[in-house]
Design a binder for this molecule. Structure first.
Ligand SMILES: *[C@@H]1O[C@H](CO)[C@@H](O)[C@H](O)[C@H]1NC(C)=O
Ligand SMILES: *[C@@H]1O[C@H](CO)[C@@H](O)[C@H](O)[C@H]1NC(C)=O
Ligand SMILES: *[C@@H]1O[C@H](CO)[C@@H](O)[C@H](O)[C@H]1NC(C)=O
Ligand SMILES: *[C@@H]1O[C@H](CO)[C@@H](O)[C@H](O)[C@H]1NC(C)=O
Ligand SMILES: *[C@@H]1O[C@H](CO)[C@@H](O)[C@H](O)[C@H]1NC(C)=O
Ligand SMILES: *[C@@H]1O[C@H](CO)[C@@H](O)[C@H](O)[C@H]1NC(C)=O
Ligand SMILES: *[C@@H]1O[C@H](CO)[C@@H](O)[C@H](O)[C@H]1NC(C)=O
Length: 556
């Protein structure tokens, strides 16, 4: 009987072993990677389920690729003991994947972990590349853990742990070391950075240095409060009718879909969202645009409300569109500039058309209002009467024929030309003196190519005329040049003075019909300087005894 029982038991065991071998192929759990500097001790625990711990099981550590299990000899540098694998200390060549296989009567589990042993670079207190990343949040207190130390600190032969930040020993009220962990109080983003925890461990009478590098990342914890709207702030903006308007609604603390605009007539209005950033305290920021493509009358004075909400509350803020008030300063500036331009243009036009304007004005208005001054002649014509040379002949033609033809016949002026209008036998001086007093203008005609001798010699008539024109100043002078006169130095000083003061009109025409028209520039200039013609004067002239003679002379 007993032999029979033994037999069946053996069969059962063999059968079970077969099942187990088949079941344990894939990894069930991947354990955290271990990062340890060369020459430092390391212990890794194969994590077990609670249900396993109570029962009977076999646990074995392997280095992946090695058929042989890790030795259980406590004196071996790398050995396994219970569910732990020990590296005393870890060496560069220990880097690699390790697995632990857990078997009980009915199941098999496999776990895997990666071990990285790195070399400390001389002079560098910490190798960031191999630092363990830990994340904490801004809060009143947070904990940083000294990694891969769990199984040393349970033992009596571990020494106190020291914490460093950027290789400086951490001191102060905010930093507390508790059971090898670092507690940071009133955590801010500035607490993020490179940390190192250090201690020593004695095993079998040998002391090992332990130091672990941590890269601490501080996450912002958003405050638990309602969102805020930074814009609009219940304000108003000035917009023009028909213009396009865009208003941002900028919020902090609300989620994107919890921000929206409301207002009347929203069907013409489009809102476009802008994906926000994160504010300094970790809250989301959003910007939602209100776009009114064309402002209409109904849009004015009506609030457009932006609303934002989150789990802790809701806020709203509005904006009102107002009519744009006219910019007084702009209007003033514009008006002033246009006024200046207008004045400038007017001045230019006046400068160009001055003579025409004055002549036109005289024709239409002044003729009716011109005053009576008791003078007979409109102009006393003074010229060189000497009969030498050809040029004098031209001068005589101008004075005797053209001047009367234009000014007297066409314009109705009354001229006194010495030698034409004086009675024979009269003393030149007395005639000149008398006639000048009765003339409104003194017209001096200068020949161009005339030799010095004949050019306005200081005759008594001339002196008298000059005296009347310059000293008494009761008479205005019209200076006419026959052609261009380059050299004035030879002229009497009085002529030079007149030329300088009043300028001269230059005769460039010939003796053709065209030059005799009162509407040429030359004659317009002359007429401009002549007194305004009286309509009555023409008829008056005929009544005077002197004119009967003059009209006879005009034909020559
Ligand atoms: C073996 O382990 C599994 C869990 O992996 C557990 O459910 C089962 O009860 C265990 N068997 C024995 C005989 O302990
Ligand atoms: C554990 O291993 C030992 C020998 O290596 C073996 O005798 C025992 O039966 C195993 N136990 C289990 C539950 O596999
Ligand atoms: C932390 O901050 C609170 C108030 O913000 C302050 O009262 C307290 O003293 C701070 N604690 C430390 C350790 O700085
Ligand atoms: C951590 O140290 C590395 C040098 O090892 C340095 O480049 C890096 O800026 C440091 N990080 C912080 C957050 O200070
Ligand atoms: C441990 O570190 C100390 C200095 O911190 C050093 O003097 C000592 O040699 C180190 N021991 C080992 C075994 O590396
Ligand atoms: C704007 O007005 C609303 C009420 O209409 C009010 O709740 C809100 O606090 C105001 N916001 C600001 C910034 O004044
Ligand atoms: C709203 O936020 C956007 C994006 O941050 C910014 O460009 C814009 O100037 C802000 N608008 C106002 C009115 O503050």
């Amino acid at each position: 009987m007993a032999a029979k029982t033994m037999f069946s038991c053996n069969i059962a065991t063999a059968f079970l072993s077969l099942i187990i071998a088949k079941k344990c192929e894939a990894y069930d759990v991947m354990l955290k990677q271990s990062l340890v500097p060369d020459g430092q001790p390391l212990a890794i625990k194969c994590s077990l389920e609670k249900s396993l711990e109570s029962g009977d099981y076999n646990l074995t550590w392997y280095k992946v690729g090695n058929q042989k299990a890790v030795p259980r000899d406590k004196l071996s540098r790398v050995h396994q003991q219970k569910d732990l694998i020990w590296f005393l200390p870890a060496m560069l060549e220990d880097s690699g994947d390790y697995e632990c296989v857990i078997r009980n009567l009915t199941s098999c589990k496999k776990m895997c972990t990666k071990v990285t042993i790195f070399e400390r670079i001389d002079g560098l207190c910490l190798n960031e590349k191999f630092a363990v990343k830990e994340v904490i949040s801004t809060s009143s207190s947070a904990k940083a853990v000294c990694p891969h130390l769990d199984f040393f600190r349970k033992e009596k032969n571990i020494h106190p742990v020291y914490w460093y930040k950027d290789c400086q020993l951490l001191e102060g009220k905010r930093f507390v070391v508790s059971n090898s962990d670092l507690i940071i109080l009133n955590v801010t983003v500035h607490d993020g950075g490179n940390y190192t925890c250090e201690t020593t461990y004695t095993y079998n009478g040998k002391q090992y240095n332990i130091s672990r590098d941590i890269s601490l990342i501080v996450q912002l914890t958003p405050p638990k409060k309602p969102p805020e709207i930074t814009y609009p702030r219940n304000n108003s903006i000035e917009v023009e009718l028909g213009s396009q308007v865009t208003v941002d609604c900028n919020t902090t603390g609300a989620d994107g879909f919890e921000v929206y605009w409301t207002g009347n007539n929203m069907n013409r209005i489009f809102a476009s969202s802008y994906e926000g950033e994160t504010s300094y305290d970790g809250r989301p920021m959003h910007s939602l645009k209100l776009i009114i493509s064309e402002v209409s009358r109904e849009d004015y004075e009506q609030p457009f409300v932006c609303q934002a909400s989150n789990a802790f509350g809701q806020v709203a803020s509005y904006i009102i569109l107002k009519h744009r008030v006219p910019d007084i300063q702009r209007w003033l500036t514009g008006g002033l500039v246009s006024l200046l331009i207008l004045t400038f243009i007017t001045l230019i036009i006046y400068k160009i058309f001055k003579i025409d304007l004055v002549l036109w004005y005289r024709n239409s208005v002044c003729a009716l209002t011109s005053e009576e001054d008791g003078k007979i002649y409109d102009a006393y014509v003074l010229y060189t009467k000497s009969s030498e040379g050809r040029s004098v002949c031209c001068l005589e033609t101008f004075v005797r024929r053209i001047l009367p033809a234009v000014l007297e016949k066409q314009c109705g002026y009354n001229l006194f030309i010495l030698g034409r209008d004086d009675l024979p036998g009269e003393a030149v001086v007395s005639v000149a003196d008398e006639t000048l007093k009765q003339s409104r203008r003194l017209m001096i005609i200068l020949g161009s190519e005339t030799s010095r001798c004949c050019l306005l010699e200081d005759t008594s008539e001339q002196q008298l005329a000059m005296y009347n024109a310059l000293i008494r100043d009761g008479i205005q002078v019209i200076l006419i040049e026959m052609g261009e006169i380059r050299d004035y130095t030879s002229m009497p000083e009085s002529i030079r003075y007149i030329k300088q003061k009043h300028g001269a009109i230059q005769w460039k025409g010939d003796f053709s019909e065209k030059s005799c028209s009162a509407n040429t520039t030359f004659w317009k200039n002359v007429r401009y300087q002549m007194p305004s013609r009286k309509k009555v004067s023409y008829s008056e002239v005929h009544l005077l005894p002197l004119t009967s003679n003059s009209s006879a002379g005009k034909g020559s």
